[in-house]
Design a protein around this ligand. Structure first.
Ligand code: GLP
Length: 259
């Protein structure tokens, strides 16, 4: 696991944007395939990507994107559905084909079937070249809450009350936060060729410390990433905090900083 500590969230956003630009620049003969996370942590990266598209001509034409997760039970077009958040914050401002931006469908009558269909689509189009992740205060990735089996794949999951409370800030009333979601499983996420997890702010310090230095356990879902061959944590100083183990600083993808 490579660890990059930068001054602030904007610097983290630029580092994540660099990793995305790298994928877009690499002509592999198949569409560059991005894995997108929601939550506030990737927003500076998305703002930077929008800026680079607008000011520097960074092009997403021909790229594909797959969202990590989605709430169940929100009507199509609900402003807090993750498909809608990604459209509003990112893809509407880029030249990516809207039809190439995929999300688990949280509006389907049979959510288990929607999960299976999403897995099939990912298998047909994958692997994801670069998966962007945030991390929950309890160490969740996507919507894989503590206790999620590392071998599990896209499925219906139930949110903890802590995550519902954390995400209540995006809704009119706390009670409006759905209880159930669709999420890629840890095994799905681990198939990405490269993973960049961004965490900023002191509120993420404990989850980051457990991810980097604690035992690999389903109690902290992000610890599954320790077994990924190309995973980078991009942290601001507040999220990195003081913890056991060496802290490497520098550029994402720079050689010799793995651990
Ligand atoms: C949600 C998302 C996660 C995200 C987490 C943290 O639960 N499903 O993908 O990492 O929130 O969000 P934030 O970055 O706003 O702290």
């Amino acid at each position: 696991m490579e660890i990059v500590v930068l001054d602030d969230p904007r610097a983290c956003g630029r580092a994540v944007a660099d990793a995305v630009a790298d994928v877009l620049a690499r002509g592999t003969g198949r569409p560059p395939t991005l894995g997108l996370a929601t939550g506030s942590s990737p927003l500076p990266a998305y703002a930077e990507l929008v800026r680079r598209h607008r000011d520097e001509g960074l092009s997403f034409a021909g790229a594909r994107a797959f969202l990590l997760d989605e709430y169940l039970g929100l009507p199509a077009g609900h402003p807090q559905s993750y498909r809608e958040v990604i459209r509003r914050e990112l893809t509407d401002h880029l030249d990516i084909d809207p039809a190439a931006v995929h999300a688990p469908d949280g509006t389907r009558a049979d959510p288990a079937e929607a999960a299976a269909d999403y897995e099939r689509l990912l298998a047909a189009c994958g692997p994801v070249d670069l998966q962007i992740l945030g991390i929950g205060g309890n160490g969740h990735i996507g919507f894989n809450e503590p206790g999620s089996a590392f071998g599990s794949r896209t499925r219906v999951a139930t949110l903890t009350e802590r995550t519902r409370a954390d995400n209540a800030r995006f809704f009119d009333r706390p009670a409006d936060v759905p209880h159930r979601v669709l999420t890629q499983g840890p095994a799905t996420i681990m198939e990405a060729r490269r993973i960049v997890l961004v965490a900023t702010g002191a509120g993420k310090r404990a989850a980051v410390a457990a991810t980097v230095s604690g035992p690999v356990t389903t109690d902290v879902p992000a610890t599954v990433l320790r077994d990924h061959p190309r995973c980078t944590l991009v942290l601001d100083r507040a999220a990195a905090g003081e913890r056991a183990g060496p802290v490497a600083t520098g550029q994402v993808g720079a050689p010799g900083r793995g651990r």
